[in-house]
Ligand binder design. Structure first.
Ligand code: HEM
Length: 451
C-alpha cells in the first residue's frame, strides 16, 4: 500500500493514548494534523481519520460495495459469530438488516415504555441517600435489564434468571481489560475453563443452549401478543418466505446486547455528568418533566413531549460521543472529498471531532442544549449514531430509553457531583464511558411519583 499517499499521523507510542484517553488523543491529532490524519496499528490496515463534513457525507452516500463496514467491525465480533449483520456487507447486509428494522421502528417503541421505566425505577430504588456511589454501573444494570426484557423477551423465571447471570459474566469478561484483547484472534486461545477465552467459550455454550431452547419453545407455542424483538425475528421472513435460521438469530441477539447496552449506559452516565455540572440545565429539565408529567406516572404518552430532556441528551452526545468514530474499509481505490485513498485502508469519519468544529458549532466546548431546540441538525454534522445504510439500528430504541431513564432519575432523586472527581473517557466494551464509574451523591429522594 502506498503509505506516502496517506495523510500524516501520530507514531505508535502516541497511538496508545487512543485506548487510555481517546478524547485527548483525538484533540491532540486535530491540533497537530488538522482535518485528516492516519492512525497506524501493527498488523491492521491504516485508519484514515477525517473530520471533514464533506467526507462524512460522501462516506454515508457512497457505494456500500466499495465501503465495507462489516470488515471494519470484525474485531468486535469475538463471540458473536460470523452471521451477525454487523459483519456483513453489501447486498447480504441489506437483506438481513431489512428483517431487523421493523422491530426497531420508532412507532414500536411505545410498547417498551413501561419496561424501560420499571428497569430504571428498580435501580433508582437501591441508590443510597447521602452516600457516594458509582452511577455508570447503575446505568449498565438498567440498560442490560431493558434489553433482556424488551429485546430478548425473558422474564424473571428460571431460564430468564440463568440467562441474566451468564450474560452478565460474559459481558463483564468482554468489557474487562483482558476482554479488550479478544479483538485479536491470536488471543482467543481456549486453554481450559480457567483461561479467559476458555471461560468465554464455556459461558457462550451455556447461553446458546438457553437461547436455542427458547427459540424452539416460542416457535412451537407461537409468539402472539409478544412485543419483544426476538419474537419479531422468529416471525420475520426473507423475500423467499424462508425464516431466519436459528444460528443467525442467535448471532443477532448477541449483537443487540453488545451494541445496545454499553453504548446507552455510557451515554446516560455522560448525561448525568453534564447535568450535575450544569445545575441551571438540570433545573430546567426537571421543570419540564414536572410540567409534562403533571403528577402522573411517566408513560409512553409523555415521552414525545420531553423536548428539553431530548436536547440535553443530544448536546451530551455531541460533546461526549461514546463511539467517537466508525470505519469503512475501501475495497477499491476511492476519491473522498477530493483526496485519493488506496484500496485496503479504513476511512474513519470522526464523530467526536466533527461535533466540535467551531464553524458548525459556535463556541463548541460550551454545553448548550438550546442548540438542539433551534431546528434540525444535518446528518453529516451531527451523527452520534453513524449514518447511511449502516446507521445504528437501535437509535430510536436508545433515544426513547434515555429520555425515560433521565426523566425518571430527575423525578425521583437529586444528584450532585462527588467531591474532587474529574471525568475522563475510558473504554468499557465497545463504548467510552466516564472514568471510575462516575461517582455521584444522591442528596435527596423525592416523594413519588415526582416532586
Ligand atoms: C446511545 C446509544 C447508542 C449509540 C451512541 C450507538 C451508536 C452506534 C454507531 C456509531 C454505530 C455505527 C454506525 C455506522 O457504522 O455508521 C452503531 C451501529 C449499530 N447499533 Fe448502535 N448505538 C447505540 C445504541 C444501540 C442500541 C440500543 C442498539 C440495539 C438494541 C444498537 C444496535 C446497533 C446495531 C445492530 C448496529 C449495526 C448496524 C449495521 O451495521 O447495520 N445500538 N451504533
Amino acid at each position: 500500500m502506498p503509505s506516502a499517499a496517506l495523510p500524516p499521523g501520530p507514531g505508535l507510542f502516541a497511538t496508545f493514548d487512543f485506548v487510555r484517553n481517546p478524547f485527548r488523543f483525538l484533540d491532540g491529532c486535530a491540533r497537530r494534523y488538522g482535518d485528516w490524519f492516519t492512525v497506524r496499528v501493527p498488523n491492521v490496515s491504516p485508519f484514515v481519520f477525517t473530520s471533514d463534513p464533506t467526507a462524512v457525507r460522501e462516506v454515508f452516500l457512497g457505494d456500500p460495495d466499495a465501503l465495507h463496514a462489516g470488515e471494519a467491525n470484525r474485531p468486535l465480533g469475538a463471540f458473536m459469530g460470523e452471521r451477525s449483520s454487523l459483519f456483513l456487507d453489501g447486498a447480504e447486509h441489506l437483506r438481513q438488516r431489512r428483517l431487523l428494522l421493523p422491530a426497531f421502528h420508532g412507532e414500536r417503541m411505545s410498547s417498551h415504555a413501561d419496561t424501560m421505566r420499571n428497569s430504571a425505577d428498580n435501580a433508582i430504588a437501591t441508590w443510597p441517600v447521602g452516600q457516594q456511589f458509582a452511577i455508570h454501573p447503575q446505568m449498565r444494570t438498567i440498560t442490560f435489564e431493558t434489553i433482556i426484557r424488551a429485546v430478548f423477551g425473558f422474564d424473571d423465571d428460571a431460564s430468564g434468571s440463568e440467562l441474566r447471570a451468564l450474560m452478565r459474566q460474559l459481558f463483564a469478561l468482554y468489557s474487562s481489560k483482558l476482554g479488550t484483547l479478544f479483538s485479536l484472534p491470536a488471543m482467543r486461545i481456549d486453554a481450559g475453563a480457567w483461561s479467559p477465552w476458555g471461560r468465554a467459550v464455556r459461558l457462550t455454550r451455556r447461553i446458546d443452549a438457553i437461547l436455542y431452547a427458547e427459540f424452539a419453545r416460542r416457535r412451537k407455542e407461537g409468539v402472539e401478543g409478544r412485543a419483544d424483538v426476538l419474537s419479531m425475528l422468529l416471525l420475520a421472513r426473507y423475500e423467499n418466505e424462508l425464516p431466519l435460521p436459528d444460528n443467525v438469530i442467535r448471532d443477532e441477539m448477541y449483537t443487540l446486547m453488545l451494541a445496545g447496552h454499553e453504548t446507552t449506559a455510557a451515554t446516560m452516565a455522560w448525561v448525568v455528568k453534564r447535568l450535575i455540572t450544569h445545575p441551571d440545565v438540570m433545573d430546567r429539565a426537571r421543570a419540564e418533566i414536572v410540567s409534562v408529567l403533571d403528577g402522573k406516572q411517566l408513560d409512553a404518552s409523555h415521552v414525545g413531549k420531553l423536548k428539553y430532556v431530548e436536547a440535553v441528551i443530544n448536546e451530551t452526545m455531541r460533546l461526549d460521543p461514546v463511539i467517537p468514530n466508525f470505519g469503512r474499509t475501501l475495497t477499491r481505490p476511492l476519491k473522498i472529498a477530493g483526496r485519493d485513498l488506496p484500496a485496503g485502508v479504513t476511512i474513519a469519519p470522526c464523530i467526536y471531532l466533527v461535533h466540535r468544529r467551531p464553524e458548525l458549532w459556535p463556541n463548541p466546548e460550551q454545553f448548550n442544549p438550546d442548540r438542539f431546540l433551534e431546528g434540525r441538525q444535518s446528518p453529516y454534522t451531527f451523527f452520534p449514531f453513524g449514518g447511511g445504510p449502516r446507521r445504528c439500528l437501535g437509535a430510536a430504541f436508545a433515544s426513547y430509553q434515555m429520555k425515560i431513564v433521565i426523566a425518571e432519575i430527575l423525578s425521583r432523586v437529586e444528584l450532585k457531583r462527588a467531591p474532587g472527581y474529574v471525568a475522563s473517557a475510558t473504554r468499557r466494551g465497545i463504548a467510552f464511558a466516564p472514568s471510575g464509574g462516575m461517582p455521584v451523591i444522591a442528596i435527596a429522594r423525592f416523594k413519588e411519583p415526582n416532586p
